[in-house]
Design a protein around this ligand. Structure first.
Ligand code: HEC
Ligand code: HEC
Ligand code: HEC
Ligand code: HEC
Ligand code: HEC
Length: 219
């Protein structure tokens, strides 16, 4: 796979100098993991695991118009976005489509007091630190990183989640900035709705200056 390295060339040639240069700013374990090829990479664009229940975002977030935060209710305040507990589904499915085959596992796990074994879609390596609220509270919407989830029958990874991808936006965030009221409106495109000057004003309003320091994402 084609990976871009902004700060240093190929590991194989540059191992020792790189170790010395980098170990002062990045935890040594990150460097060693990467140097010896043990670094698990983020999952890839298009990754779309089968889920235990055919839960459709296109139906719930699209057709029914449910806000993302009804289910992912920590996304504005915490690092993690939270996968909803079975109880959240039961708020409706206690009654709605109660006898559907597709909901059998939901009812079984609920009765046993267990959680549904959802399969993770997005998964950064453990040596990367990510924080949802830091983005959401500055006007970076879900769609910038997850694509049109409200049109997905089954969620898939829309963006590479590589270091180059993160840095690309940290260098130039303005095209992605929207008013906070539009955070979960996936159809809203700041490049269409706002002028360059309005996007610049949003940046100033929230004093946005994304960090490119290694320790921001590797700590
Ligand atoms: C009714 C509850 C519900 C709503 C509303 C909802 N989601 Fe989800 N979401 C889930 C559940 C359950 C999963 C885990 C199963 C799956 O991946 O489909 C999930 C998974 C995801 C994932 C993948 C998580 C991973 O494993 O990496 C993303 C991204 C996501 N949702 C984004 C959104 C966005 C954006 C919205 C609003 C447009 C939204 N969701 C609305 C329940 C919901
Ligand atoms: C706000 C109410 C609401 C919540 C909360 C909700 N759903 Fe639904 N769900 C619906 C409605 C309404 C439909 C039926 C759409 C239709 O008419 O086909 C549906 C349909 C479904 C279906 C398809 C059933 C079938 O037989 O076609 C599945 C599966 C499902 N939901 C799973 C879930 C899961 C899992 C959760 C929790 C993560 C959840 N739902 C949360 C309202 C809800
Ligand atoms: C700046 C990019 C970015 C934005 C904006 C963003 N996400 Fe994420 N999201 C990610 C990354 C990266 C991961 C994987 C995190 C990991 O593996 O530690 C993720 C993971 C998730 C997950 C899986 C649970 C978790 O936290 O690991 C859900 C659910 C999710 N996002 C929903 C949302 C919703 C809903 C929004 C909008 C309100 C949103 N995300 C906005 C990048 C983003
Ligand atoms: C679409 C744009 C965008 C993408 C993509 C993006 N970021 Fe950010 N990030 C921002 C903005 C904007 C901020 C807020 C900066 C500020 O408050 O000055 C931010 C802030 C952060 C912060 C908080 C910094 C602090 O000082 O608390 C972390 C950590 C972070 N990003 C990590 C990541 C990682 C890791 C990725 C890739 C997986 C990523 N970001 C991808 C735009 C983005
Ligand atoms: C905005 C977030 C962010 C910043 C800032 C950042 N990184 Fe990363 N870094 C990542 C992500 C995300 C990955 C995981 C890439 C993957 O899984 O494909 C990564 C991976 C790595 C790796 C593993 C090897 C590789 O290339 O995949 C090394 C080594 C590394 N970063 C070093 C650094 C150094 C040195 C700096 C400072 C010059 C830095 N990083 C700054 C997000 C960041």
């Amino acid at each position: 796979m084609n990976r871009q390295h902004y700060v240093f060339p190929k590991w194989s040639n540059m191992l020792l100098p790189t170790l010395i240069a980098v170990s002062t700013v990045v935890p040594l374990y990150v460097v060693l993991l990467a140097a010896y090829g043990f670094s698990p990479k983020a999952t890839d664009v298009g990754y779309q695991p089968e889920q235990p229940i055919p839960f459709s975002h296109a139906v719930h977030a699209g057709q029914l118009g449910m806000d993302c935060r009804y289910c992912h209710n920590t996304v504005e305040v915490a690092a993690k976005a939270a996968i909803p507990p079975t109880q959240t589904c039961m708020n409706c499915h206690e009654k709605i489509k109660k006898d559907s085959d597709q909901l059998q596992l939901l009812h079984e796990t609920y009765q046993r007091g267990e959680s549904i074994p959802w399969v993770r879609v997005h998964d950064l390596p453990d040596y990367v630190y990510f924080h949802h609220a830091a983005h959401i509270s500055r006007g970076v919407g879900c769609v910038s990183c997850h694509g049109r989830v409200d049109q997905m029958e089954v969620v898939y990874q829309h963006e590479p989640l590589s270091m180059a991808w993160c840095l690309n936006c940290h260098r130039n965030p303005e095209p992605h900035l929207r008013p906070l009221g539009e955070i979960t409106n996936l159809a809203y495109d700041p490049m269409v709705e706002l002028t360059a000057d309005e996007r610049h004003q949003l940046r100033k309003l929230h004093s946005i200056d994304p960090s490119q320091d290694c320790s921001t994402c590797h700590r």
